[in-house]
Design a protein around this ligand. Structure first.
Ligand SMILES: Cc1ncc(COP(=O)(O)O)c(C=O)c1O
Length: 395
């Protein structure tokens, strides 16, 4: 009855976790939740004021499908200021979140028979969106020993004439890896020798630690012409629920993304566009202060995890996630329960220690767990202590 298109898709695994946490809390259990994929900060006041003003002044009608021109102009200025990239408003399509912009780009560029290379572990929606577009995913493995940075030789080995698109995500969810300029240059050298497009998800751009720089593949010689940059306000201005993200790319791709969006959803919400405009125009004070919070909290998380013998964990370089590997997990038992993979481990952690995490299996890394540090310091500290105790229980 249903199409083959949906047969491979699954409902986001994180929804299951949210459901379990809700059920435990309903029973009065005090759950420490480190499964969250959004900053705990409220949207800044100037963003909320702009949203209210939009409503009060009846800015509540359809807008241009690609987004209001002021917002696209502000995005153009942002891309110039932060990334030294030159675009015109015609090259920008504002959608309902970065996820929507990624879906538009996939539908514009990928068709049945095309291969899309995705570094693994990866954010859970990427493969699903490739499958929705009818493409085939080729996973490019990365290693904990390399801090989950993709190696140029791995990419080179996997590129074929069928490769239509290569996905990059730096800073990375779930691994916290940030690609350096040297990483990007070696990847660019490989990419220049092929014809594949590049989809660069830069949604965590401002959340980088130890003064790391952000490097976009669109900055690399020869790659601007075949890169679509994805970004948005969800993580940078703590605006996840407002649903504003965007894609920036060569005009024919932007036009194609716009055609798709104009038939499927029309514009993103008019009120949210005004709020996002206020955020982007306000510059970097707010994202920088969030970054300071996360960087301080990273120390709480990393020091504790790094001292735990049962874990291998790269120091998070950006975003707000630690992604430890638990090498002793396979076939271990904990308090009489057999742990077969990370989902068993996170179930056990939730049941016995009341800490919620996302299992690495959600990101195609079944021997890892994702610890989000987007929660209050005391909660993060206590939860990580319990994770370490739970790892110590494994026999
Ligand atoms: C890597 C990555 N890209 C994109 C998104 C989606 O962003 P948005 O809320 O703007 O759709 C997320 C959200 O968790 C993410 O982690």
């Amino acid at each position: 009855m249903l199409t083959s298109r949906v047969s491979r898709l699954s409902v986001s695994l994180t929804l299951n976790i949210v459901e379990k946490v809700r059920e435990l809390r309903r029973r009065g259990v005090d759950v420490l939740d480190l499964s969250v994929g959004e900053p705990e900060h409220n949207s800044p006041q100037f963003v909320k004021d702009a949203g209210c003003k939009a409503i009060e002044s009846d800015f509540t009608r359809y807008t241009a499908a690609a987004g209001i021109v002021e917002l696209r102009e502000a995005i153009v200025e942002k891309l110039k200021r932060d990334n030294s990239l030159t675009y015109t408003p015609k090259q920008i399509v504002v959608g309902n979140g970065a996820k929507h912009a990624i879906a538009n780009a996939m539908l514009a560029l990928v068709e049945p028979g095309d291969e899309v290379i995705i570094p693994e572990p990866c954010w859970l929606s990427y493969p699903e969106l490739v499958w929705l577009a009818g493409g085939d995913v080729v996973f490019a493995p990365t290693k904990v020993e390399d801090g989950f940075h993709i190696r140029a030789e791995t990419l080179e080995r996997l590129l074929t004439p069928r490769t239509k698109l290569v996905l990059l995500n730096s800073p990375c969810n779930p691994t916290g890896a940030v690609l350096s300029r040297a990483d990007m240059e070696s990847l660019a050298e490989v990419l220049r020798a092929h014809r594949a497009w590049i989809l660069s998800d830069e949604i965590y751009e401002y959340l980088r630690f130890d003064g790391r720089e952000h490097v976009s593949p669109a900055q690399m010689p020869g790659l601007y012409e075949r890169t679509v940059v994805i970004n948005g306000v969800s993580k940078s201005y703590s605006m996840t629920g407002w649903r504003i993200g965007y894609g920036a790319g060569p005009e024919p791709v932007a036009e194609a993304m716009l055609k798709i969006q104009s038939q499927m959803t029309s514009s993103a919400c008019s009120v949210s566009q005004k709020a996002a405009l206020a955020g982007i125009r306000a510059g970097l004070d707010f994202p920088n202060s969030m970054r300071e919070d996360f960087e301080k909290r990273r120390a709480l998380v990393y020091d504790e995890l790094a001292a735990c013998k049962g874990l291998k964990v790269p120091k998070p370089e950006g975003a707000f996630y630690a992604f430890p590997q638990i090498p002793g997990m396979w076939g271990a038992t904990a308090k009489g329960k057999v742990i077969k993979d990370s989902a068993d481990f996170t179930d056990y952690l939730l049941d016995e220690y009341h800490v919620a995490l996302v299992p690495g299996s959600a990101f195609r890394a079944p021997d890892c767990i994702r610890i989000s540090f987007a929660n209050a310091d005391e909660i993060v500290k206590e939860a990580v202590k319990r994770v370490v105790q739970a790892v110590g229980d494994l026999k």
